[in-house]
Design a protein around this ligand. Structure first.
Ligand code: FES
Length: 206
């Protein structure tokens, strides 16, 4: 026995079923035109928030912007340091005859790749030692712990950091205290009678 609820068994019956459903959709669209237009146009109530919600979102955005303002210089520094390509520039620190063999002296130079806001911080210095006729060694002045300037103690033959008692031997290797790494070494060359060092920014641990 076949139940009257069973679907059409004949393919022709299926076709006729689809046609019937299509006709009923068309019929519904004709009967309720507002409903079919709603499917075409967006729901403006969902797009436009109320004035209260708008003011709330605006004040939250402004608050977030104001809170983030102090961090902008830090973001700029990080971007400049890690993203912008750095030029390693050779800078002259004086004629060869100015330096005595065996002496370690402080030399000054200007950052070859300064930023407009660097100001006096574009000026830097390094420790330079003449160890032979045309042989020189140069170290960054900054301690590898937290960046304090180290000084050369000629009598002891050591570089000393006054901040936390960091000690480096005459070759710049750590001899005591908290510094985690040897002093940064700059490449040195002699060109046209001038001693030149290749400088680039040095990061300390801190
Ligand atoms: S900064 Fe030199 S020991 Fe800390």
């Amino acid at each position: 026995m076949t139940c009257c609820c069973d679907g059409p068994k004949d393919p022709d019956d299926k076709q006729s079923g689809l046609e019937n459903s299509g006709n009923s959709e068309n019929q519904k669209a004709i009967e309720s035109p507002g409903q079919s237009l709603g499917a075409v146009f967006p729901d403006w109530k969902k797009i436009f928030v109320s004035r209260q919600e708008f003011l709330k979102a605006l004040s939250l955005s402004l608050g977030a912007f104001i809170v983030s303002l102090p961090s902008l210089p830090l973001i700029g520094f990080m971007f400049n340091y890690f993203v912008m390509p750095k030029r390693e520039g050779w800078v002259s620190v004086g004629p060869v005859e100015k330096f005595k063999t065996g002496e370690t002296v402080n030399v000054s130079f200007e950052n070859p790749d300064p930023m407009p806001y660097d100001g006096v911080t574009a000026k830097n210095s390094a420790w330079l030692r003449r160890s032979g006729e045309d042989k020189f060694q140069a170290w960054a002045i900054n301690c590898t712990h937290l960046g304090c300037p180290v000084r050369w103690e000629a009598g002891a033959g050591l570089f000393l950091c006054p901040c936390h008692g960091g000690v480096f031997d005459s070759g710049g290797d750590v001899a005591g205290g908290p510094p985690p790494r040897p002093m940064h070494r700059y490449p040195v060359r002699v060109a046209n009678g001038q001693v030149q060092i290749a400088v680039r920014p040095v990061l300390s641990e801190g």
